[in-house]
Design a protein around this ligand. Structure first.
Ligand SMILES: NC(=O)C1=CN([C@@H]2O[C@H](COP(=O)(O)OP(=O)(O)OC[C@H]3O[C@@H](n4cnc5c(N)ncnc54)[C@H](O)[C@@H]3O)[C@@H](O)[C@H]2O)[C@@H](O)CC1
Ligand SMILES: [K+]
Length: 511
């Protein structure tokens, strides 16, 4: 699903109004009707107090129009106009008049007013600011937002939590509405998925307000949300007349004394992702543990006992994953440098492989084109430098990717795979996966997918999705705290099955 910017949403708005020959007020009415339907289907007329806080722009217009519907259906409402500017939008005013025609008089809030009382059992509809927010809210509006946040009431935000800009981090985090739920018009906003700004909402849902599909289909976006519909076409089914050679020979390079487990996890994950053959290349000290723990893999060893000193692989692997648990000793840096000079096809680089690149940026020129880099936030910072906010981070990652022709998987709650000027935002995974070795598993999986013929970018996007899905299946039995990296590996098969399950299977079984 495409993630549009605020200016693209405004364009979609205009395009729809022109093409469908409707007024902007009619579009607002569609939005308000969808909001009402959502609430009504859940509340079923319950007499809970609903406080609607409406700004004076179109977001406020949505709120005022929603108030009219709620009133007409007998809900117990209180409407407040947050009068932060004299520049009221046309459609807001139309809807305000419609309220007044029904003898419903909102309370006008300004810098001198007292704050309305809200109890924890009430519902707040937050329609103060939408995607038009372009500067910090005035102090009294900020104060009102803090008041709403301290109420403990359920907060339903219209389109986006008020006070949250759509293209930067907030001016002051305390002056952003903490939404229990966001009903976002037509498309999700990028801010929902970034660590600094995603915290302002617990859950979000799209409301389809019928923005024109021609515009939505044709318009190119910088970011795409990756869910099952985007992943399915990438899947490469296994062929009946195939053999292990069809699915490639992966090599996992890494490990040092005390950190052989990282290679074990990556190799195991690589196999479970479907690589036909897997060879691990480790320092001598890792030989016995690998041979005994994973009988399916082959093991090559370095001459040195406790760290990698020379990487010598006596065949041409189909795919290579390198860096986990490898350390950054001088001899390992040298070995990694000469290895990069020799290798020709795209590889996957993780952990200490990335730390070495950050220490010795001159090695970057030898990294094969379209290699996949899988940094966690600290590793990313070492590579691309400090960032001002999440948006700056993404821009820096994009220019790094452009400059070095590499794919960067920015790991996090919503991992984002960046390639040149595009970002692919993942939707699977959970906090249970924030556990030792989870990254090694991902590197192994992406390597295993590349071995099977997935192009590097697809392997990265698909691998991140499948890794998250395996974690999601894993927590359903292990719980968040007890899920371990090996538990993620155990569920890679279930994740594939989940992916391939027809969407309506459950319903069919019930019939
Ligand atoms: N295409 C869509 O998705 C549709 C959007 N609609 C609504 O329209 C909203 C956008 O409306 P607007 O463009 O009127 O913008 P907002 O309602 O977000 O903001 C109102 C206006 O306040 C001003 N402003 C910005 N920051 C301010 C600040 N800190 N203090 C005081 N004034 C400030 C700006 O001039 C802005 O236009 C969306 O978020 C959505 O709720 C709906 O009406 C239906 C259609
Ligand atoms: K809002």
């Amino acid at each position: 699903m495409k993630i549009f910017t605020a200016s693209q949403i405004y364009e979609a708005d205009k395009f729809t109004i022109n093409k469908q020959q409707i007024t902007s007020d009619a579009l607002m009415e569609r939005a308000a009707t969808k909001l009402f339907d959502w609430m009504h289907s859940r509340l079923q007329g319950a007499q809970v107090k609903i406080h609607l806080f409406c700004g004076i722009g179109n977001n406020g217009g949505d709120g005022v129009a929603l108030a009219r519907h709620l009133h007409e259906h007998g809900y117990d409402i209180a409407v407040y106009v947050v009068n932060y500017s004299e520049k009221r939008s046309k459609d807001f005013l139309i809807n305000l008049d419609r309220l007044k025609e029904r003898k419903l008089w909102p309370e006008f809030l300004d810098s001198d007013c007292s704050l309305p009382e809200i109890t924890p059992n009430d519902i707040i509809v937050d329609a103060i600011f939408g995607i038009g927010l372009n500067r910090a809210p005035d102090a009294w509006v900020a104060n009102l937002i803090k008041h709403l946040n301290s109420s403990s009431a359920f907060v339903l935000s219209v389109d986006i939590p008020s006070g949250l800009p759509s293209n930067r981090s907030p001016w002051d985090g305390e002056h952003v509405v903490r939404a229990s739920y966001v009903l976002s018009f037509q498309v999700p906003k990028l801010v929902f998925f970034l660590p600094e700004t995603g915290v302002y909402q617990n859950q979000w849902e799209i409301l389809d307000i019928g923005l024109d599909s021609e515009f939505l289909v044709k318009t190119d976006t910088d970011y795409e949300l990756i869910g099952r519909p985007e992943i399915m076409p990438m899947y490469r089914p296994r062929l009946k007349f195939s053999h292990k050679g069809t699915y490639g020979h992966s090599v996992i390079i890494g490990g040092s004394y005390g950190k052989i487990g990282a290679v074990q996890l990556a190799s195991n994950a690589c196999l479970s992702a479907g690589s036909g053959l897997v060879t691990a290349f480790v320092p001598e000290c890792g030989y016995h543990s690998l041979q005994t723990s994973i009988p399916e893999i082959m093991v090559l060893t370095d001459d040195a006992d406790d760290s990698i000193s020379e990487i010598d692989i006596p065949f041409v692997p189909t795919a290579i994953g390198v860096g986990m648990g490898m350390g950054t000793k001088d001899e390992t840096i040298k070995a990694f440098g000469s290895f990069l000079k020799k290798v020709e096809t795209s590889i996957v680089i993780d952990a200490d492989g990335l730390n070495i690149l950050a220490k010795q940026p001159n090695l970057l020129k030898d990294v094969p084109k379209q290699s996949v880099l899988t940094p966690h936030p600290k590793e990313l910072e070492r590579l691309i430098g400090k960032w001002k906010d999440d948006f700056d981070k993404l821009e820096k990652a994009k220019s790094f990717s452009m400059k070095n022709d590499c794919i960067i998987v920015i790991k996090g709650a919503h991992s984002i795979t960046v390639y040149k000027d595009k970002g692919f935002v993942n939707t699977t995974g959970n906090p249970g996966m924030a556990t030792a070795g989870s990254g090694d598993v991902l590197t192994g999986m992406i390597t295993g997918l590349m071995a099977q013929g997935y192009a590097p970018l697809q392997a990265a996007i698909f691998g991140v999705y499948l890794h998250g899905l395996a974690g999601d299946v894993g927590v359903s039995t292990a719980g968040y705290e007890a899920l371990k990296a090996s538990g993620i590996i155990e569920n890679i098969g279930n994740a594939y099955m989940e992916l391939l399950r027809p969407p309506n299977k459950e319903n069919e079984e019930k019939v």
